[in-house]
Structure formats: C-alpha cells, structure tokens
Design a binder for this molecule. Structure first.
Ligand code: PLP
Length: 225
C-alpha cells in the first residue's frame, strides 16, 4: 500500500516539474502531455496511477500491452495508449487494435503495412510519430536524421499516411540537448507539430527544446527489474 502511494506522489511531483519547465519556457502547462511509461509494471501497479487521474500511458511491447490494457480500459474511461517500442510488421494488426498512438514508425515496410491494415479497418489508424535515430546508433531503431525528410515524404505520398510528429531517444552516454534540438529542427522544417522527447532523467530539458510529449517511466513507477 505504501509503495502505491509513493507512485501517486511521484506522479504529482513529475506533473509539478512539467508545469515548472513549461513556465520557464513561457509555455502553457497543457502544451505538454505526460506519457506514463508502464512497461514491466502490472495492472495492480498501474491502477492507483489511473485512479489518481493519469490517462496517457506508454508501453514498449505489443504483447505486454495486450495482456494489461484491455481490462484497464474497461475499468477507466478515456485511456490513451502509446506504443514507444519497435513494431514488427507481423504485429501491426494487433498494434492498431491496442494503441491510440504509435510513436515508432521507423521504416517504409512498416508504413506500408500500417497503410494496408488501416485500409482494411476502414481507414482508422492510430496517430503516428516517426522515430528519428538522432545519434545514428546502429543498435537503435529510427530513421537517420539525413533521411527523415525523404522518409516523411514517402509516408505521405507513397503510403497515404498522416504523420503528426517525431520521437527520439538520445544516446545514453551523450548530453541530450543537441539531440532534442535536432529533432525539433527536423519537425519544424517538415511542418510537424508534435515532439516526443525526454524521459525521467531529462524531460525538463526536453520541454525547453519544445517537447509536446514526455515519456516518463521510472520517475513515476520506480526502478524496473
Ligand atoms: C522505457 C522507456 C522510457 C521511460 O524511461 P524512464 O527513464 O524510465 O523514464 C521512455 N521512452 C522509451 C522509448 C522507453 O523505452
């Protein structure tokens, strides 16, 4: 019980920090959406956070989301679920059913699969962000910064998809600010309004660079095991 209260307290603290960061940048506090990253935590851990009013959540695995969220959606109205991990093409159908937002569009084969499956389900698709691999890390998913403009054009022209924003995960060992700035710059020149950047360690910094969505896990739920 005590631990659950901790999570609700930490949620409130994160909300306060978001509001402070918004104020420091002259932005309204409603200009940033807190995506509470619930990966690895079970429904009973998430439930008190839902009861405290949080409605936007992130998961990085389709299978885990499928096991956790349909029941929680039955208990709490207005949940918005974001996929923040890589999406395999053979899980596109499940992902469309489970998620309201897919933040990890990262290759044209996935764009084509989403377009095809969306057409089957009457054109209804989750909202889409393209993941940019700003550090050009080989082990990390995402479009290289230099290929982002062309990829966004192909999503629109070849696949008929509407992309609303960009998402990035800066390299662990580097200062995140240049990565946030680069992502914001690519979004700006492509007319994209939304920016998913910033995690527990750096969300205030990301807000200074224009983040509209921050993905915060451990600062709310505690350490993952
Ligand atoms: C796990 C994860 C997060 C949350 O990380 P924390 O450091 O726990 O806040 C954010 N974004 C992505 C893509 C993740 O996989």
């Amino acid at each position: 019980m005590a631990e659950r209260d901790d999570r609700v307290e930490r949620l409130a603290a994160v909300r306060t920090q978001i509001a402070d960061a918004c104020r420091a940048s002259g932005r309204g506090s409603d200009s940033v959406t807190l995506v509470a990253v619930a990966k690895t935590f079970g429904a009973d851990v998430v439930r008190p956070v839902l009861a405290a009013g949080q409605r936007v959540f992130g998961e990085n695995r389709v299978q885990e989301a499928r096991a956790k969220w349909p029941a929680l959606r039955g208990e709490f109205p207005g949940i918005e679920l974001h996929l923040i991990g890589p999406l395999q093409t053979n899980k596109v159908k499940d992902a469309i059913e489970l998620f309201d937002v897919i933040q990890t569009l990262d290759r044209i084969s996935l764009a084509a699969a989403l377009a095809k499956e969306g057409a089957k389900s009457g054109g209804k698709l989750p909202r889409l962000f393209v993941q940019v691999n700003t550090g050009e890390e080989p082990q990390k998913a995402g479009i290289a910064p230099g290929e982002a403009d062309e990829f966004l054009r192909r999503c629109k022209d070849d696949c008929g998809l509407t992309v609303e924003g960009l998402m990035c995960i800066p390299p662990l060992e580097e200062a995140p600010a240049p990565h946030f700035a680069l992502t914001a710059k690519i979004a700006r020149r492509n007319g994209l309004a939304l920016l998913s950047m910033g995690m527990s360690a750096d969300f205030a910094n990301a807000i200074a660079f224009g983040a509209t969505h921050v993905r915060v896990g451990s600062a709310i739920f505690g350490e993952r095991h």
